[in-house]
Design a protein around this ligand. Structure first.
Ligand code: AMP
Ligand code: GLY
Length: 430
């Protein structure tokens, strides 16, 4: 199979690395890719949202299967466009991708199909006064979200009414997220622990990847502003067999069935961001793609031929298939630029990658890096690297990942020392 991976983050590097191990892959391209994907694939100078460029490339290179990392091209309709050109691709159509692209759509869909989530109300931006009055009525804590895509930054978990009004003002009056704030969703704050469950589905059947946990806030102990994700581990000890069955029965299956019933069958990766509450698992958000950094921890645990599974997804042929997983655990620690997620410099030289990768069971994934003209590696984003390690169990994977982190240097590098602690706590308690 000739495969094209679309995107340029740590997730896409993890995908390329996993696919490069597949016997069924004969050629691998990444668009635009990173210095990391260049180690496993041929980078192609096309942006992830250049849909027409990607179609033309896939046709010219006789690509057998395209995998899309980020949400924007999916929400923009890349799958519809590839399908119209007869090009196999993994992902939901534009209509189905609304599960991620519009939080109002997702919440209303869940209400229609009795899928557990927070109680909520949706307001058009013009109804600012009503939204504001509703905040006063429900009080804090409360969650205020921009409806559309906002690079993970459009959700505000507010512990005071004042913060909630500020969030509403930012979204609706300051238009901090542009058209993504044309509507606003106000939700009950759910309490519990978050897990990410990723299903690969052909619309009717699905297979699960190992459940994982992300660490969204920048600061240790879950403090400070939310980021794209500062680290992940899998499998999540919190999710035992009984909980996983509940998640399948109450969330994944009704979601797939609901999408079918509404005439927009969901095909591709269904990422369920869940809160495990005292009342059972509830949906925090759906995403229409692999998580980043969850993929970095989850994909190394997949023992089956990933390219074949994705082909089954694209061809609607997942019935009776399963995913074999490797024993043990994997962890990813993200190294970010100083000041991320707010303001940070780029172009800072990075050293020590070879020393980190010389460690057994450790690999370093590129999230925001670039090569200078004289071939030095420098930072080129907020999240710079993901240090991934596998181990016989979670503590071993974490120790190895941090050993790798300790060998990598760039000025101002920022990371959390407590990745995986919540997983360790569940292991200690069981
Ligand atoms: P979202 O952009 O919807 O994924 O939200 C980002 C983060 O905000 C989530 O990962 C949660 O940590 C938090 N969050 C969002 N909605 C809620 C909610 N209703 N209750 C509690 N936390 C939430
Ligand atoms: N790690 C969160 C996300 O991928 O949306």
């Amino acid at each position: 199979m000739r495969i094209l991976v679309v995107g340029s983050g740590g997730r896409e590097h993890a995908l390329a690395q996993a696919l490069a191990q597949s016997d069924s892959v004969s050629a691998l391209f990444a668009a635009p890719g990173t210095p990391g994907t260049a180690q496993a694939a041929t980078n192609v100078d096309l942006g992830a949202t250049d849909i027409e460029g990607l179609v033309a490339f896939a046709q010219a290179e006789a690509i057998d299967l395209t995998l899309v990392g980020p949400e924007q091209p999916l929400v923009d309709g890349i799958v519809d466009r590839f399908a119209a050109a007869g090009l196999p691709i993994v992902g939901p159509t534009q209509d189905a991708a609304r599960l991620e692209g519009s939080k109002a759509f997702a919440n209303q869909f869940m209400a229609r199909h009795d899928i557990p989530t927070a109680s909520f109300r949706v307001f058009e931006a013009e109804a600012y006064a009503e939204a504001s009055a509703y905040l006063d009525e429900v009080g804090a804590p409360v969650v205020v979200k921009a409806d559309g895509l906002a690079a993970g930054k459009g959700a505000f978990v507010c512990d005071t009414l004042e913060a909630a009004h500020e969030a509403l003002d930012q979204i609706v009056q300051d238009r901090a997220f542009g058209a993504a704030g044309d509507r606003v969703v106000i939700e009950e704050k759910m309490e519990g622990e978050e897990v990410s469950v990723l299903a690969l589905t052909d619309g009717a059947h699905y297979v699960l990847l190992p459940p994982s946990q992300d660490h969204k806030p920048i600061g240790e102990g879950g403090t400070g502003p939310n980021t794209g994700g500062m680290g992940a581990f899998a499998p999540a000890p919190l999710v035992d067999g009984a909980l996983l069955m509940e998640i399948c029965r109450d969330i994944i299956e009704p979601t797939l069935q609901g999408m079918q019933e509404e005439g927009t069958p969901y095909r591709g990766v269904l990422y369920c961001g869940l809160m495990v509450t005292d009342d059972g698992p509830k949906v925090v958000e759906y995403n229409c793609r692999l998580g980043d950094p969850e993929a970095q921890a989850v994909l190394p645990l997949v023992d089956s031929d990933l390219a074949e599974i994705f082909r089954n997804v694209a061809e609607g042929d997942l019935q009776g298939r399963s995913v074999r997983t490797r024993p043990g655990a994997a962890a990813c620690v993200v190294m970010a630029s100083d000041g991320y997620p707010i303001e940070y410099d780029t172009g800072v030289e990075i050293t020590g990658l070879e020393a980190a990768e010389a460690l057994p069971h450790v690999s370093v994934l590129h999230a925001g890096t670039r090569r200078t003209d004289d071939a030095r590696l420098v930072t080129d984003g907020g999240r710079v690297l993901g240090v991934v390690a596998q181990g016989g169990d979670l503590p071993e994977a974490l120790d190895r990942a941090y050993e790798g982190v300790d060998r990598i240097h760039f000025a101002g590098n920022t990371y959390r020392r407590d990745i995986g602690e919540k997983g360790r706590a569940h292991l200690d308690a069981s």
